[in-house]
Design a protein around this ligand. Structure first.
Ligand code: TMP
Length: 238
């Protein structure tokens, strides 16, 4: 496989064409942003952690029947994935109140939900990724009714699999963001990444934050948190 021209550069990844029309190469950067890119920084080694962790989780999800874009890991930072057109929805699943949920609804962080919640944001930086519901997504033509139903069901299935998996590593999966894509034939698959950038992970014993909130909130120990998550994922619970 040959790496060709850069197709796209996002805040955390670059995407390259290959000599195969249905495959692209994703390259993970150490760049970190928050709050619509207004806060910028570098998390040394993040690209490698996110690449490897995301690939491991995508493989686990495939085994559990969730179709993903994953094809094969090329190197520490680079992975071959199926080419998709991204559905412009950020799909957020929450098990425990935190972040924007706590702020919006005035609920203390840490309150556990009886059932997970699923919410959508419109993936649009200029509009600051506004929250939207199913009928808004339909009205904007972002996805069909059938796609929205499939995306919600897949997101909840991902939550079941990952929540159980992370608990074996003594990590609570508080919430996370997913993105889905359409293959050339319209099939919806899980795309983007699943990593400490896109999930909240709390140590099951101490409650310590092991994710990008350490960067967003200037808590320090950002690299240590990413490395700790990588070690747990690679080595099992310790
Ligand atoms: P929130 O509480 O800020 O809405 O975040 C919910 C989850 O989504 C959290 O795990 C972090 C993740 N997330 C992203 O991956 N990208 C984003 O742009 C935002 C705002 C959150």
């Amino acid at each position: 496989m040959e790496k060709r021209e850069q197709l796209y550069e996002g805040k955390a990844k670059r995407v390259y064409a290959t000599d195969e029309p249905d495959l692209v190469i994703v390259s993970y950067k150490d760049d970190a942003t928050a709050f619509d890119g207004t806060k910028k920084g570098t998390i040394v080694g993040k690209g490698a952690v996110n690449n490897r962790m995301s690939n491991l989780l995508m493989r686990l999800l495939e085994k559990e029947g969730v179709p993903t874009h994953f094809v094969r890991e090329l190197s520490e930072r680079e992975t071959v994935v199926k080419k998709v057109s991204i559905v412009p929805l950020e799909v957020i699943v929450r098990n425990v109140a935190a972040g924007s949920f706590s702020k919006r609804y005035g609920v203390e962080e840490g309150v556990v939900f009886a059932e997970p919640t699923v919410e959508f944001s419109y993936k649009n930086d200029d509009l600051h990724d506004p929250l939207l519901n199913d009928s808004h997504a339909l009205a904007l033509g972002l996805a069909t009714k059938e796609e929205i139903a499939a995306i919600k069901a897949m997101a909840l299935r991902v939550n079941e699999v990952l929540k159980a998996y992370f608990l074996t590593l003594k990590v609570r999966l508080i919430d996370f963001k997913l993105e889905f894509g359409r293959l050339a034939d319209g099939t919806i698959v899980l795309a983007d990444e699943i990593s400490p950038d896109t999930c909240r992970f709390w140590d099951a014993t101490t409650g310590e934050k092991l994710d990008k909130d350490r960067f967003r909130r200037d808590l320090g120990g950002v690299e240590d948190a990413y490395n700790e998550m990588m070690q747990r994922v690679l080595g099992g619970a310790r």
